[in-house]
Design a protein around this ligand. Structure first.
Ligand code: 0RA
Length: 647
């Protein structure tokens, strides 16, 4: 008995040590993403308990000491002693890798964080963990440090009248592991928690930020997410600034061979691209997979069948393509699969082949019936798809005109492009700058061999409000497309044609600059999404301030950095601050050293972290309605500002 216990103990220590030695293998990275995944890992356990039907409320608290507490009202992690190991189930779950699943209590584990690694990984990577379990009219408590229990399981009677059940886990991320910082970002966590609440209808999530000093407030910030309508409500939220083509959101739910499928759909009149989001086991499948393939196939097939039945397409006419059928569509598909296979480099593509057919048949049946009972919806959607088909024809026409024109012109490159001299795209960069004065400084300050400058005029164009065929006629967009060497939407993206492998958006660090940056990102997001996905788009980070003290000077890239630098001065504090209002105010040499020199600059690579959120921002900023736009800038202005981008 004793020997098996110690062998066990050795195994535990080796397991925890492996996690601490190679944290990246378990949580992806030790940067901000990995840090936030710790929270998701713990929350996912509570969500699983909710999906099993035993928990209704999950609370997430950011504490003043930098720790996080996740509390639920589920059954509580079992605390009984395992006869063989002599340890409680609780301690087993917290110290043995992948042990969580074994205590799943029958149902399958749905979520499971980034890699479904389990709570023991969070334990291994935390300075401390404190767990409280309310069960059997008792309160159970245990503390761990860097994964190792530092107390026995303490058990006290729970004297509450209606003794509660549940689990509470508090952890403090270990600064030895997360060397780039352990501060949690409210907006990041709020986004994911809200998403979880949408994906798991009826689960209530309360999110509280108790870091008063950081908040500069004397009351905590509290938000509650609870959506009885689930993904249906998610669609309503995503479309809330748009004009729906049909009032009712189409909703399909079902289960086949243990795979749960949920789909919500709504087409809008004022959108010209589709926005289809996929989730598998609560994880956003950015790279798609079989569930999305099934959904796209069944949408195209069903709508063509109905179009023929309703005589919208004649016998001799071709079928509508998937792209036309999906124009203006906002959709969410969420599947829950017992043994998910996640593929691809980022493990965000669902691989289970059986899911394709399950989605296809389930959605096909319900959607066909729905459209037969709602012929006006069917007609509106089909008319929109047919219009899309016609617009694509017109765009193709316009595109050919553009091509013919550029063949006629001696130089196909736009006149205002100051090109670089190298012809090797892998070492070439293009800076898209706002206005001529910034363009002038950038042209003088750049490295002519590898850096090209393209100045664009003002607010380039309002992409949300226009349709494809008009976009290609816009001068600024034409200049951009030709300079980059790209084709237009609808053509296969061909990276070998791309003339620069770094496309850098460089705008002023003010609201106008943020607006123009968003416009450009909208364009890339909607019409050249592959450029973002393949990591070609960057945002330059010019400094906001120059801080001079005696003979020394330094540049500051955020308000916080400025405050920190000033605070570090001795108390006679004798300095001057220059605030750069725009890039045009900087000397070419200054712009080079602070923003463009590859050796010293800061630059943010643009990612499609959350297509739903990106689409929302674009819609709000670009839409006709002024009030939500102002509200957005007031709320998220600082987020849009370069100052808060994590570089
Ligand atoms: C396995 C079995 C049981 C509960 C849990 C896991 C559980 C785990 C976590 C993690 C966070 N919150 C949780 N809530 C519950 C219950 C088994 C039983 O009571 O029969």
């Amino acid at each position: 008995m004793t020997s098996s216990y110690s062998a066990d103990q050795i195994q535990v220590l080796e397991g925890l040590e492996a996690v601490r030695k190679r944290p990246g293998m378990y949580i992806g990275s030790t940067g901000p993403k990995g840090l936030h995944h710790l929270v998701y890992e713990v929350v996912d356990n509570s969500i699983d308990e909710a999906l099993a039907g035993y928990c209704t409320h999950v609370e997430v608290d950011l504490n003043a000491d930098g720790s996080v507490t996740v509390t639920d009202d589920g059954r509580g992690i079992p605390t009984d002693i395992h006869p063989k190991t002599g340890k409680s189930a609780l301690e087993t779950v917290l110290t043995i890798l992948h042990a969580g699943g074994k205590f799943g209590g029958g149902g399958y584990k749905v979520s499971g964080g980034l890699h479904g690694v389990g709570i023991s990984v969070v334990n291994a990577l935390s300075e401390f963990v404190e767990v409280t379990v309310w069960r059997d009219k008792k309160v159970h408590l245990q503390r761990y440090e860097r994964g190792i229990p530092v107390s026995d399981l303490q058990v006290k009677p729970n004297k509450e009248k209606e003794a509660r059940t549940g689990t509470s886990v508090t952890f403090l991320p270990d600064t030895q592991i997360f060397t780039t910082g352990t501060e949690f970002d409210y907006i990041t966590l709020a986004g994911r928690l809200r998403e979880l609440a949408y994906l798991n209808a009826g689960v209530k999530i309360t999110f509280t930020d108790n870091r008063l000093e950081l908040l500069k407030s004397d009351t905590p910030k509290i938000e509650t997410y609870e959506y009885r309508g689930g993904i249906k409500e998610y669609i309503a939220y995503m479309n809330r600034e748009k004009q729906p083509l049909h009032e009712e959101i189409i909703y399909v739910q079902g289960e086949r061979s243990n795979v749960q499928v949920e789909v919500a759909l709504q087409w809008c009149t004022d959108a010209y691209t589709d926005n289809v989001l996929g989730f598998a086991n609560n994880i956003r499948t950015v790279d798609g997979g079989t569930h999305l393939e099934g959904l796209k196939a069944v949408l195209t097939r069903t709508l063509n069948a109905i179009a023929r039945k309703r005589n919208k397409i004649k016998e001799n006419e071709p079928n509508l393509s998937g792209e036309h059928v999906r124009e203006g569509l906002t959709a969410i598909i969420s599947v829950k699969v017992p043994d998910p296979e996640f593929e691809g480099q980022t493990k965000t593509k669902l691989g289970n082949t059986e899911v394709r057919g399950i989605v296809d048949s389930l959605v096909g049946e319900v959607l066909t019936e729905y459209l037969e009972f709602h012929p006006s919806v069917a007609d509106a959607v089909l008319d929109k798809a047919i219009q899309a088909f016609k617009a694509a024809e017109a765009a193709r026409h316009a595109r050919e005109l553009v091509r013919r024109k550029s063949v006629l012109e001696s130089s196909p490159l736009p006149g205002k492009l100051a090109d670089c001299s190298t012809r090797d795209p892998s070492e070439s960069e293009i800076y898209i700058v706002e206005g001529d004065s910034a363009g002038g400084s950038a042209k003088q300050g750049r490295d002519r061999r590898t850096q090209a400058i393209l100045p664009l005029r003002g607010k380039i164009l309002n992409i949300e409000k226009t349709d494809d065929s008009k976009i290609y006629k816009n001068n600024e967009i034409q200049a951009l497309i030709t300079a980059l060497g790209l084709g237009v939407k609808g053509e296969e993206f061909d990276a070998s044609q791309l003339r620069y492998h770094r496309i850098v958006i460089m705008t002023d660090a003010d609201v106008d600059g943020a607006h123009i940056r968003t416009l450009l990102l909208t364009f890339f997001y909607r019409y050249q999404r592959a450029l973002i996905e393949q990591g070609f788009i960057y945002i330059a980070c010019p400094p906001l301030y120059k801080l001079e003290r005696g003979r020394n000077h330094e540049y500051c890239y955020s308000d916080r950095e400025l405050q920190q630098k000033i605070a570090a001065f001795p108390s006679n504090a004798n300095y001057t601050i220059q605030r750069f209002k725009g890039l045009g105010e900087m000397m070419p040499e200054q712009l080079w050293t602070t923003t463009m020199n590859p050796e010293t600059r800061k630059m943010k690579q643009v990612e499609i972290e959350d297509a739903a959120e990106a689409d929302r921002i674009f819609t709000i900023l670009m839409g006709d309605r002024v009030a939500p736009r102002r509200e957005f800038i007031e709320t998220y202005g600082s987020k849009l500002n370069l100052t808060d981008l994590d570089i």
